[in-house]
Design a binder for this molecule. Structure first.
Ligand code: ASP
Length: 322
């Protein structure tokens, strides 16, 4: 009897992985750099839930807001590199902010370890119902006729909605006053109530409200109409070509063991391969990366290329941190 038990113990040990042994044996914290209820938070919850099934441990979502995501990324960079803290971010938090926030005491690119590229999301130009415009052209005319009177939501300088506002300004020559929020979840509530009038935000946040008839959409910032929103014209079709998409990603603190990164990556790949997750993503207008694109090395190269692409754009626009 005793011998059989010992044999079973030996077999269990032999099956254990060679590195990062026993990981994960407790819940994993996923830092979200924006408020609950917004698009980054939503993505974290959908993916975290599916990844937790894969890894057998819960993902605890921690919303760490402020300074367009830099507070959250600082917390991530300073967390123990033991695989129990990861952070979700996007082209704003982990590329634009690397250009804009230069005095934050850590390096947004080199002090974090890429785990996986996550879905990308085109944006929607939307307004509250109290704006007297029905087309993008009418919205542009309205903004030009009311300089400084119209306010629009952003999640801070360097956030996705700020990058959307910059693209909008460039394409239309019109602008609006930027009101910073801790995320576009709360900003969306103020847009619905008419406290603010416009926003350019990911379709995952805006589309459900458009479909519910609570806000108005003028254009999608994609090259072609997304199957999730076939009735909304592209910005080019509406007369003002602009293409901006907010891609997301998952990072760990620098120094996290490679085998843990690989397991997290595999769990993220499995999560995005799940038909139920794919369906939900597609309904929200998200574009899914391929497993190849999701690989840590491919994602690291993509992030660096994006940095090279955005730096001159942000420098030319003279964007400075608050
Ligand atoms: N969508 C937001 C942004 O503008 C952030 C959020 O997810 O709340 O970056």
């Amino acid at each position: 009897m005793l011998r059989r038990q010992m044999l079973a113990a030996v077999l269990v040990m032999a099956a254990a992985p060679a590195f990062g042994q026993g990981w994960p044996n407790k819940p994993i914290t996923m830092i979200v750099p924006f408020a609950a209820g917004g698009p980054t938070d939503l993505l974290a919850r959908i993916i975290g839930e599916r990844m937790s099934k894969e890894l057998g441990q819960q993902f605890i979502i921690e919303n760490v807001t402020g300074a367009a995501g830099t507070i959250a990324m600082a917390k991530l960079a300073r967390s123990a590199p033991d695989g129990y803290t990861v952070g979700i971010g996007h082209v704003g938090t982990n590329v634009a902010n690397a250009v804009i926030y230069t005095k934050i005491g850590f390096d947004l690119v080199n002090d974090l370890e890429p785990i996986a590229r996550l879905p990308a999301n085109p944006m929607l130009v939307v307004s509250s119902d109290n704006v007297p415009a029905r087309t993008l052209k009418e919205l542009v005319d309205y903004l030009k006729a009311n300089p400084d009177k119209v306010s629009g939501g952003t999640a801070g300088i360097g956030s996705g909605s700020h990058l959307g506002a910059l693209a909008f300004n460039k394409a239309t020559g019109a602008s609006y006053q930027l009101v910073p929020y801790r995320g576009t979840g709360p900003a969306m509530q103020d847009l619905i109530s008419g406290q603010i009038q416009v926003m350019v935000d990911q379709s995952s946040n805006a589309l459900p409200q458009v479909q519910a008839g609570k806000i108005r959409a003028y254009a999608q910032t994609a090259a072609k109409r997304s199957p999730a929103m076939p009735d909304i014209p592209t910005a080019a079709e509406a007369g003002y070509p602009m293409e901006v998409s907010i891609w997301n990603g998952l990072w760990a603190p620098k120094g996290t063991a490679t085998d843990i990164i690989d397991k997290l990556n595999a769990a993220a790949v499995t999560a995005l391969a799940d038909p139920a997750v794919r369906k939900r993503m597609e309904e929200l207008g998200q574009d899914l990366p391929t497993p190849e694109e999701m690989k840590p090395a491919a994602f690291a190269a993509f992030q660096k290329a994006e940095l090279a692409r955005w730096k001159p754009i942000l420098d030319a626009a003279g964007v400075k941190s608050e």
